[in-house]
Structures are given as structure tokens and as C-alpha cells.
Design a binder for this molecule. Structure first.
Ligand code: AMP
Length: 215
């Protein structure tokens, strides 16, 4: 499947993407994960992106398109891809449309995961993420704690609260989402690709996507 996953930070895009990859081997492409990996490795990209990310600002479109231009042409994308956290601005959506046309790739759908703001805020404040960039498993201190406190169940690495998940950064990320990313809902509606799903359970969202795709 070839999907864009839209939704505010904390809507569950990453969790839904991970569940969908298990269905048909489509790859999850998370620009946030790629950027966090680059910051951890101290690459040029990481150095450029770090300040924006810590503040909860978006990284410039040119950096993101540089990453995605290459990533979408890697062989593992042939089976399908789940775009998680990209595109995030209208210029990114326009550039993606152009890129996909050139590569002769057709999207199935842009899924908007719609979750109430109070649920989002609570989730982001209690979310914990595995610090191993190859794992980046997601936990929640209330609803999905690790078996051993602070240690990832899957790989044994430390589980941390992300730098951009302080209360101040979270509220800034949500403002940025409303201003820059929410307009993408209209963009994909116009393109005839939008499917909005209201739901706080990732399993329900996955079931709705499967039913929409007829799988
Ligand atoms: P995420 O894990 O998707 O919430 O992304 C974490 C941070 O990475 C965001 O707050 C942005 O600073 C940056 N980021 C991730 N994806 C994008 C994107 N498509 N455009 C701009 N910045 C991004």
C-alpha cells in the first residue's frame, strides 16, 4: 500500500504505520525518526535540524525534500510505503506530488487520523520512546509501560522522554501543526485522496484503512 498518514503529533501515525507494515511489508518512512537518527549520529543534517526540532519548529522544506527525494527511490519502497510525518507543509505536498508523478508512483490514500486535542496532549506528555535509533519503539507510562522501567522491551536500550516532549515544546508543536500541517487535509481532499478516520484506538484506525483498501 502507498499511504500518507496525516494527523497531529500524538495522533498515532507511528503506531498505525508499524501495524500496517506487518500486513504487506510496506515500509514505514518517518521523517522524524530519520532526523532523530541524524541528530544522534551528529551528521550535517542532524546539526542543521537539531535546533528546530528541540523548539518544536518544522525543519526547512529543502532539508526534508532532500531526504525524501532519495528515500522514496530506495528499493524497499517498491512494495509500498507509509509516509509518517511527511508531508507537513503545502510546499512539501506539492513537491511530493511532483516527485511521485516523475517516479510514476500512484498513492492509494491520504489518511487523516483525527484524535481529540485532550487525548493528544495527555498522550504526548506520557509518551516514551526507545533511544536506539534502529528501534524507536513507542511506549506510554500510563497505557503501555515497559516491562522493566526505563528499558525497551524489544531491544534493551534506554527508553526516554523526547526533548520535544516537554509541555512547552508540545504546545508549540500543536500550534505549528494547526498552522502549517492541518491545511494538508484540504489539499488531499481536493485531490480526491483523503480518508478521515476519527478514533483513539490504533486497531480501529488500521481496520478502517484495511476496509477502505479492500484488504
Ligand atoms: P515527529 O517525530 O514526526 O513528530 O517529528 C519530530 C520533529 O522532526 C518535528 O517536530 C519537526 O521538527 C521535525 N520533522 C519531522 N518531519 C518533518 C517534516 N516533514 N517537515 C519538517 N519538519 C519535520
Amino acid at each position: 500500500m502507498k499511504l500518507i498518514l496525516l494527523g497531529a503529533p500524538g495522533a498515532g501515525k507511528g503506531t498505525v504505520a508499524k501495524l500496517l507494515t506487518a500486513i504487506d511489508g510496506s515500509v514505514q518512512i518517518s521523517t522524524g525518526d530519520i532526523l532523530r537518527g541524524a541528530v544522534k549520529d551528529g551528521t550535517e543534517l542532524g546539526k542543521e535540524a537539531e535546533g528546530y526540532m528541540k523548539r518544536g519548529d518544522l525543519v526547512p522544506d529543502s532539508l526534508i525534500m532532500g531526504i525524501m527525494g532519495k528515500r522514496l527511490q530506495e528499493p524497499d519502497c517498491a512494495k509500498g510505503f507509509l509516509l509518517d510525518g511527511f508531508p507537513r507543509t503545502i510546499p512539501q505536498s506539492e513537491a511530493l506530488t511532483e516527485m511521485l508523478t516523475k517516479l510514476d508512483i500512484k498513492l492509494d490514500m491520504a489518511v487523516n487520523i483525527d484524535v481529540p486535542r485532550d487525548v493528544i496532549l495527555d498522550r504526548l506528555c506520557t509518551r516514551r520512546t526507545c533511544n536506539n535509533q534502529d528501534c524507536q519503539a513507542i511506549y506510554n507510562v500510563k497505557s503501555m509501560p515497559t516491562k522493566v522501567e526505563g528499558i525497551c522491551d524489544k531491544c534493551g536500550s534506554p527508553v526516554i522522554q523526547r526533548d520535544d516532549e516537554t509541555e512547552e515544546a508540545i504546545s508549540h508543536r500543536l500550534e505549528t501543526y494547526n498552522e502549517k500541517t492541518a491545511p494538508l487535509i484540504g489539499f488531499y481532499e481536493k485531490a480526491g485522496l483523503l480518508k478521515s478516520i476519527t478514533g483513539t484506538s490504533s486497531d480501529v484506525v488500521v481496520a478502517a484503512i484495511k476496509s477502505e483498501l479492500g484488504i
